[in-house]
Design a protein around this ligand. Structure first.
Ligand SMILES: C[S@@+](CC[C@H](N)C(=O)[O-])C[C@H]1O[C@@H](n2cnc3c(N)ncnc32)[C@H](O)[C@@H]1O
Length: 350
């Protein structure tokens, strides 16, 4: 089979995650093209990461560009620019007009702005960190352990921006759907850039906050909180939740999108350490993609593979979380839906 045969064509069959991954017309019966459609996705993804890194999408603005013009803008040979642009064209992200390549509506909207967008930060993180790490996927699946990886500063910034871009709406939902009226101090553990804490503090002016994240992330959080005008109301602590002393005095503890990064024993360790800081009035607010669905949704299922690679994690059923809570001196009180497949588990000291 040639490369031509395995590259997905827009509008043709296929049953991949995005519904457009088949390389050719696919009938009702068994057809290897469904398999190749998914398998060849790695090359589409690689070329998308490359295109974003060399700034190809801005090269197409405002009226499209030839391979020669793309090469000039991006500082690469016209011949290799054409290879990348052709792959993007068959993916449907870029269109062709004669010998010119033109942005499709999605790339025009999300990949050509005056500043790096959250979508671009996500591509940067996946391209520089997740994609190279995926070479070790078999090892992670066999052992259930994450693949140790050191991130440089730019990748850390990309990761935190990418996460914040997807969790901001969840923060707004949490701020509206949980009653923070009786609380005075919220600790956000693994709070990243404050995507949850910022809307919670903005919606509830009586609250003060403590955001805890790794020392290399803390300065990003400080900057973001300052930008939101919350520098005075929120303290940032650079610490490792497994090792360092944890701040006390919070009567609401938020743990959002953190447990899914780790294996069950590590999740229990985190919950146990947080229990040691809690009083009987403390509420523990666990926000995540709890795996209580029967049909696996696209984003949480794809992301679970990444969580496995990062720290041996996955998406967990709330029933399993409940057993960790019982084992660490908490009791699960209720589950509330926030946004799409994301829910809030509220726990109290047992
Ligand atoms: C998926 S992000 C979630 C960020 C934020 N809670 C949100 O929902 O937007 C996970 C965060 O946990 C932090 N983190 C990972 N391991 C940690 C550790 N051992 N101690 C403290 N924070 C950690 C990461 O730096 C990252 O900011």
């Amino acid at each position: 089979m040639t490369t031509q045969n395995v590259v997905p064509s827009p509008g043709e069959g296929g049953a991949g995650p995005q519904g457009r991954s088949g390389p050719g017309p696919v009938g009702d019966g068994p057809d290897p093209n469904r398999i190749f459609g998914v398998a060849s996705g790695f090359m589409l993804a690689s070329m998308l990461f490359v295109a974003s890194e060399i700034d190809l999408f801005r090269a197409l603005e405002p009226d499209g560009a030839t391979a020669e013009e793309i090469g000039e803008h991006c500082g690469v040979p016209a011949r290799t620019a054409r290879v990348v642009a052709d792959v993007l064209a068959v993916s449907g992200l870029v269109l062709t007009r004669g010998d010119r390549y033109v942005n499709g509506q999605d790339t025009a909207a999300f990949l050509t702005g005056p500043e790096l967008t959250g979508v671009e930060q996500t591509l940067r993180y996946w391209g520089r960190v997740s994609d190279p790490r995926a070479v070790h996927a078999l090892e992670a699946v066999r052992t259930g352990r994450g693949i140790p990886w050191t991130m440089d500063d730019e990748s850390t910034v990309a990761y935190e921006h990418a996460v914040a871009a997807t969790t901001r709406a969840i923060g707004s939902s949490l701020a509206g759907k949980y009653d923070f009226g009786g609380h005075s101090t919220v600790l956000d553990v693994g709070g990243g850039m404050g995507a949850l804490l910022v809307p919670v503090l903005q919606s509830h002016p009586h609250l003060s906050g403590i955001l805890l994240d790794l020392p290399e992330v803390a300065p990003l959080a400080t900057e973001e909180l300052g930008r939101a005008g919350l520098g005075e109301r929120c303290r940032v602590v650079g610490a490792d939740v497994f090792i360092d002393p944890l701040p006390g005095g919070a009567d609401a503890i938020v743990v959002a999108h953190l447990l899914h990064l780790f294996a069950p024993a590590d999740c229990e360790r985190i919950l146990g350490r947080l229990r040691a800081t809690a009083t009987e009035d403390t509420r523990l607010l666990l926000v995540d993609w709890w795996r209580d669905w029967t049909v696996p949704p696209i984003m949480p299922s794809v992301a679970a593979a990444e969580f496995l690679m990062i720290g041996g994690g996955c998406t967990y059923p709330s029933a399993e979380v409940s057993t960790w809570l019982d084992a660490t001196g908490w009791r699960l009180l209720e589950k509330r839906r926030l946004v799409d497949d994301t829910s809030l588990l509220v726990a109290v000291p047992a």
